[in-house]
Design a protein around this ligand. Structure first.
Ligand SMILES: [Zn+2]
Length: 269
């Protein structure tokens, strides 16, 4: 097997029982896949959750370990189930191995889409190790602290007509309608969002993807939240998708306070 399919950032302060996962920030694509891309636009990886590893660079100071993707979601989508069931029944969405982009453009040259053998290989090489590591880290955190928290961080451009009308709000927390985390924890994080000055919403239109749904197990001490976020809060949503440091610095205190509220509310359960 190749080297690690994901990256890890260790805490630099005493550990808190929170794991940060960033499954869509990866911008690497193996050459054998990239050479089959259908267009220049696709090779710019427009559906990436750009720069989130940079935006959340304060996490180690909070005692938080970060697991984040090296490879792009076009290689395999870490936030979709490996058995390819839909996340939102009846709604248009991109697949575990997407063959078209959010803008409905073909990802692969005609006839170069992955076949079943390649799909199985990508799951084994890129998808499974990420999920094995998340599960192992959460089990270890719960062992050491009595409970474990997962914060799955995402971002998306504000306007995606294929999926949504109009412009998305700024901050969109999801706890799978209360199934993935104790509602007191979501309430504590939502209080931060309500005071942030950004527009915000809970479980609408994103309740939480596969990572949040599969790992959140509040009855057994594992609480998972997903934060989806409009990219306009910290970057330019048009090519070349630049990070905007001034906007990012305004946003970081809200993200930091979200993680802190999650940890301190869990301490009081
Ligand atoms: Zn994402």
């Amino acid at each position: 097997m190749m080297e690690d399919s994901y990256l890890v950032r260790e805490p630099s302060a005493p550990e808190v029982p929170l794991l940060l996962s960033i499954p869509h920030c990866g911008e690497e694509v193996p050459a054998g896949i990239r050479q089959r891309f259908a267009s220049e636009r696709i090779s710019k990886l427009p559906d990436t959750d750009f720069h989130l590893q940079r935006l959340y660079d304060f996490a180690p100071e909070l005692g938080v370990r970060t697991i984040y993707a090296r490879f792009n979601r076009y290689v395999v989508d870490l936030n979709r189930p490996a058995d390819r069931r839909p996340l939102y029944a009846g709604r248009d969405e991109t697949a575990l191995l997407p063959t078209n982009s959010f803008a409905s453009e073909a990802i692969y040259l005609p006839g170069h889409e992955p076949d079943e053998a390649e799909i199985a290989e990508r799951i084994a090489v890129y998808w499974q190790p990420y999920h094995d590591r998340l599960a192992a880290e959460l089990a270890a955190l719960r062992e050491r602290h009595g409970h474990a928290l997962l914060f799955d961080a995402h971002s998306i451009r504000s306007r995606v007509p294929r999926f949504f009308d109009g412009e998305l709000p700024g901050l969109m927390l999801g706890d799978v309608n209360g199934e993935a985390a104790d509602s007191r924890l979501s309430t504590a994080v939502l209080a931060v969002h309500a005071q942030s000055g950004y527009s915000w919403r809970a479980n609408d239109p994103f309740r939480g993807g596969y990572i949040t749904r599969s790992l959140g197990d509040p009855q057994n001490g594992i609480h998972a939240l997903q934060l989806e976020m409009s990219q306009r809060l910290y970057m330019d949503e048009a090519e070349p998708y630049e990070y905007l440091p001034e906007l990012a610095e305004e946003l970081q205190p809200t993200l930091r306070a979200s993680l802190e509220a999650f940890v301190s509310a869990a301490r009081e359960l």
